[in-house]
Ligand binder design. Structure first.
Ligand SMILES: *Cc1c(COP(=O)(O)O)cnc(C)c1O
Length: 390
């Protein structure tokens, strides 16, 4: 489904529309093919089970995993909860330390906060101004008491890409498991769980043109094999790793979306990269004082995070109802504060409050990029005129 024409959608890091081809693939499973994949006694069940198995193959293929290593969940948040809590509950050794990074998604941060309350030692490493984790600090932090290291591949606010293969190598060397949140990279960057030494990996459907409410967790089945205890009990589905009747239509959709993403990855990456360059060049031409937040070289093609000095992005977006982008700041009831991700990178509160996140995607076009540039530049000029008068 293309986003509507009246509002320019450039928030693909927040969510994506469902691809028409994905929707077509899942519809029969909402209509006549409605069987329960756990029904072993008739054709409806067998048909559903076959579809789920195909989805498993499609997701596994995209990351170099085996189908049996894929566990269906409701999304990357649940996958991350299952990976980290399941691992802690299932550990046989005395390893009590979890190492992570200050710029992780809340799915990880809040799960680790919870585990910290249960007595786990949670070590959160800082990042540099470029958003990158210092691998020497990681080497120091991961000791023989470390159960798991959790680092995302691509940050959802800045698009910064961590060196997952290097992190995996450090973990494997120290006997710690490696969980990677791949919600922003799955289907956009090549992933090979074997080469990258990843033991657990979280995915989300709605970041890759499948519906919301479905995701997956990769759980390595070869040695070293993480033992995860299921966090949702009730029937022992998914090999005892996650109970509950499988969401067959959503799983079919995620499988189809993964296959499409794999087929189109190289072309899409190039096309979207060119659009991002056009966006940055266009913005810089109109707003030369623009500052880019996070590494520009180690960044996924579809993301641009910039600050316009002297501007509050909340106010700016209020003036731009026809542009769907995000500020990255967090509102509580009374105050707006800069995003914790940008603050963790050492950016000032002021620069954080001026941040704009653009996410480019499958349906983005040059004309939309150009229009977005004009809209932002004009709104900045208008805001500055108001600020001068006050
Ligand atoms: C979107 C996202 C999540 C959460 O995924 P859901 O499927 O919405 O639960 C986790 N991590 C990152 C990096 C994300 O971008």
């Amino acid at each position: 489904m293309k986003p509507s024409e009246s509002v320019i959608y450039l928030d693909y890091n927040a969510t994506t529309p469902v691809d028409e081809r994905v929707l077509e693939t899942m519809l029969p499973f909402l209509r006549e093919k409605f069987g329960n994949a756990a029904s072993r006694t008739h054709a409806y069940g067998w048909e559903a089970e076959r579809a789920v198995d195909e989805g498993r193959r499609q997701v596994a293929r995209l990351i170099g995993a085996r189908p049996a290593e894929i566990v269906w969940t409701s999304g990357a948040t649940e996958s991350t909860n299952l990976a980290l809590k399941g691992l802690v509950e299932g550990r046989s050794s005395r390893r009590n330390r979890i190492v992570s990074v200050s710029t992780e998604h809340k799915a990880t941060i809040d799960t680790l906060k919870h585990l910290g309350k249960l007595g786990l030692e949670v070590l959160t490493l800082p990042v540099g101004e470029d958003g990158l984790l210092d691998l020497d600090r990681l080497r120091e932090a991961v000791d023989d008491q470390t159960l798991v290291v959790s680092v995302m591949q691509v940050n959802n606010e800045t698009g910064v890409i961590q060196d997952v293969a290097a992190i995996g190598a450090i973990c494997r060397e120290r006997g710690a498991f490696f969980h990677c949140d791949a919600a922003q990279s799955f289907g956009k960057l090549p992933i090979d769980v074997e080469a990258m030494k990843i033991d657990l990996m979280s995915f989300s459907g709605h970041k890759i043109y499948a519906p919301k409410g479905v995701g997956a967790l990769y759980v390595r089945s070869r040695d070293p094999k993480p033992r995860i205890v299921e966090q949702i009990n009730g029937g022992g589905h998914e090999g005892g790793r996650r109970s509950g009747t499988l969401a067959v239509p959503l799983i079919v959709a995620l499988g189809a979306a993964a296959e499409l993403a794999g087929k189109e990855m190289a072309n899409e990456d190039q096309r979207i990269h060119a659009l991002r360059d056009r966006l940055l060049d266009g913005l810089r031409a109109r707003l030369p004082e623009l500052e880019v937040n996070g590494s520009m070289t180690r960044r996924i093609a579809n993301n641009l995070n910039v600050s316009v000095p002297g501007i509050e992005s909340e106010a700016l977006l209020m003036a731009l109802p026809r542009l769907a982008i995000s500020t990255g700041s967090a509102c509580n009831s009374t105050e707006v504060s800069a995003s914790y991700v940008l603050r963790a990178m050492g950016l000032t509160e002021k620069r954080g409050l001026a941040a704009l996140r653009f996410g480019i995607g499958r349906y983005s076009h040059e004309s939309e990029i150009d229009e977005a540039v004009s809209m932002v530049a004009e709104a900045v000029a208008a805001l500055r005129a108001v600020n001068r008068r006050n």
